[in-house]
Ligand binder design. Structure first.
Ligand SMILES: [Fe+2]
Ligand SMILES: [Fe+2]
Length: 140
Protein backbone atom coordinates (compact mmCIF):
# COMPACT_ATOMS: atom_id res chain seq x y z
CA UNK A 1 0.00 0.00 0.00
CA UNK A 2 1.23 3.50 -0.83
CA UNK A 3 1.73 5.97 1.98
CA UNK A 4 0.18 9.45 2.01
CA UNK A 5 3.27 11.05 0.49
CA UNK A 6 3.29 8.63 -2.43
CA UNK A 7 -0.46 9.07 -2.86
CA UNK A 8 -0.15 12.86 -2.98
CA UNK A 9 2.67 12.71 -5.53
CA UNK A 10 0.66 10.35 -7.70
CA UNK A 11 -2.29 12.74 -7.52
CA UNK A 12 0.02 15.60 -8.49
CA UNK A 13 1.03 13.74 -11.66
CA UNK A 14 -2.59 13.10 -12.46
CA UNK A 15 -3.59 16.73 -11.81
CA UNK A 16 -0.81 18.01 -14.09
CA UNK A 17 -1.79 15.54 -16.79
CA UNK A 18 -5.49 16.42 -16.67
CA UNK A 19 -4.63 20.11 -16.74
CA UNK A 20 -2.46 19.59 -19.83
CA UNK A 21 -5.47 17.96 -21.48
CA UNK A 22 -7.56 21.02 -20.62
CA UNK A 23 -4.98 23.29 -22.25
CA UNK A 24 -4.61 21.02 -25.27
CA UNK A 25 -8.34 21.12 -25.83
CA UNK A 26 -8.24 24.91 -25.40
CA UNK A 27 -11.78 25.15 -24.13
CA UNK A 28 -14.02 23.91 -21.35
CA UNK A 29 -14.80 20.23 -21.68
CA UNK A 30 -14.81 16.93 -19.82
CA UNK A 31 -11.16 17.33 -18.85
CA UNK A 32 -12.04 20.56 -17.08
CA UNK A 33 -14.76 19.01 -14.93
CA UNK A 34 -12.49 16.03 -14.21
CA UNK A 35 -9.80 18.45 -13.13
CA UNK A 36 -12.18 20.35 -10.86
CA UNK A 37 -13.19 17.17 -9.03
CA UNK A 38 -9.59 15.97 -8.64
CA UNK A 39 -8.42 19.38 -7.49
CA UNK A 40 -11.22 19.78 -4.97
CA UNK A 41 -10.64 16.39 -3.42
CA UNK A 42 -6.83 16.75 -3.33
CA UNK A 43 -6.71 20.25 -1.85
CA UNK A 44 -9.35 19.52 0.79
CA UNK A 45 -7.43 16.45 1.88
CA UNK A 46 -4.20 18.42 2.12
CA UNK A 47 -5.86 21.17 4.12
CA UNK A 48 -7.51 18.72 6.47
CA UNK A 49 -4.50 16.47 7.16
CA UNK A 50 -1.22 17.48 5.53
CA UNK A 51 -1.06 21.17 6.39
CA UNK A 52 -2.03 20.83 10.09
CA UNK A 53 0.54 18.05 10.43
CA UNK A 54 3.11 20.24 8.66
CA UNK A 55 2.41 23.09 11.08
CA UNK A 56 2.91 20.78 14.05
CA UNK A 57 6.16 19.55 12.51
CA UNK A 58 7.51 23.12 12.41
CA UNK A 59 6.55 24.24 8.91
CA UNK A 60 3.64 26.52 9.71
CA UNK A 61 4.80 29.41 7.52
CA UNK A 62 5.12 27.15 4.50
CA UNK A 63 1.75 25.50 5.21
CA UNK A 64 0.07 28.93 5.38
CA UNK A 65 1.67 29.95 2.09
CA UNK A 66 0.55 26.75 0.38
CA UNK A 67 -2.99 27.28 1.68
CA UNK A 68 -2.99 30.79 0.15
CA UNK A 69 -1.94 29.26 -3.16
CA UNK A 70 -4.93 26.89 -2.96
CA UNK A 71 -7.22 29.87 -2.33
CA UNK A 72 -5.73 31.87 -5.23
CA UNK A 73 -6.13 28.84 -7.48
CA UNK A 74 -9.76 28.42 -6.36
CA UNK A 75 -10.54 32.01 -7.38
CA UNK A 76 -9.18 31.44 -10.89
CA UNK A 77 -10.89 28.08 -11.16
CA UNK A 78 -14.21 29.61 -10.14
CA UNK A 79 -13.79 32.35 -12.76
CA UNK A 80 -13.00 29.75 -15.42
CA UNK A 81 -15.99 27.72 -14.32
CA UNK A 82 -18.26 30.73 -14.70
CA UNK A 83 -17.18 31.31 -18.31
CA UNK A 84 -18.35 29.47 -21.40
CA UNK A 85 -14.80 28.55 -22.37
CA UNK A 86 -15.08 30.21 -25.76
CA UNK A 87 -14.03 33.69 -24.58
CA UNK A 88 -10.62 34.95 -25.69
CA UNK A 89 -9.59 35.29 -22.03
CA UNK A 90 -10.33 31.68 -21.13
CA UNK A 91 -7.13 30.12 -22.44
CA UNK A 92 -4.81 32.82 -21.02
CA UNK A 93 -6.56 32.38 -17.69
CA UNK A 94 -6.12 28.63 -17.93
CA UNK A 95 -2.41 29.15 -18.65
CA UNK A 96 -1.93 31.37 -15.61
CA UNK A 97 -3.79 28.78 -13.57
CA UNK A 98 -1.50 26.04 -14.90
CA UNK A 99 1.60 28.04 -13.96
CA UNK A 100 0.28 28.57 -10.46
CA UNK A 101 -0.56 24.89 -10.00
CA UNK A 102 2.77 23.73 -11.42
CA UNK A 103 4.71 26.03 -9.07
CA UNK A 104 2.52 25.01 -6.13
CA UNK A 105 3.06 21.31 -6.74
CA UNK A 106 6.78 21.81 -7.11
CA UNK A 107 6.90 23.73 -3.85
CA UNK A 108 5.05 20.94 -2.07
CA UNK A 109 7.22 18.21 -3.54
CA UNK A 110 10.55 20.01 -3.08
CA UNK A 111 10.05 21.88 0.16
CA UNK A 112 7.25 20.30 2.16
CA UNK A 113 6.63 16.61 1.58
CA UNK A 114 10.17 15.27 2.15
CA UNK A 115 10.65 17.42 5.27
CA UNK A 116 7.35 16.48 6.87
CA UNK A 117 7.84 12.82 6.05
CA UNK A 118 11.21 12.90 7.78
CA UNK A 119 9.63 14.25 10.96
CA UNK A 120 6.84 11.66 11.14
CA UNK A 121 7.13 8.14 12.49
CA UNK A 122 5.75 5.21 10.58
CA UNK A 123 2.66 4.83 12.75
CA UNK A 124 1.66 8.46 12.21
CA UNK A 125 2.24 8.21 8.47
CA UNK A 126 0.01 5.12 8.43
CA UNK A 127 -2.74 6.91 10.37
CA UNK A 128 -2.66 9.96 8.12
CA UNK A 129 -2.70 7.77 5.00
CA UNK A 130 -5.77 5.92 6.30
CA UNK A 131 -7.62 9.12 7.16
CA UNK A 132 -6.77 10.68 3.80
CA UNK A 133 -8.01 7.61 1.90
CA UNK A 134 -11.20 7.58 3.98
CA UNK A 135 -11.90 11.22 3.16
CA UNK A 136 -11.33 10.50 -0.52
CA UNK A 137 -13.64 7.49 -0.39
CA UNK A 138 -16.34 9.65 1.19
CA UNK A 139 -16.12 12.41 -1.41
CA UNK A 140 -15.68 10.39 -4.64
FE1 LIG B 1 -1.58 21.68 -2.44
FE1 LIG C 1 -0.73 18.83 -3.46
Amino acid sequence: MMNIFEVLKEEHSSLKETLSEVLELGEKGDAFSDFKDEFDCHTRGEEKYLYPESSSAGFKELALLLKEEHDAARILLKQMDGMSGKEETWVPKAKVFQELITAHIQREEDSLLPRVEQKMDERKVGEMTKKYEELKGATV
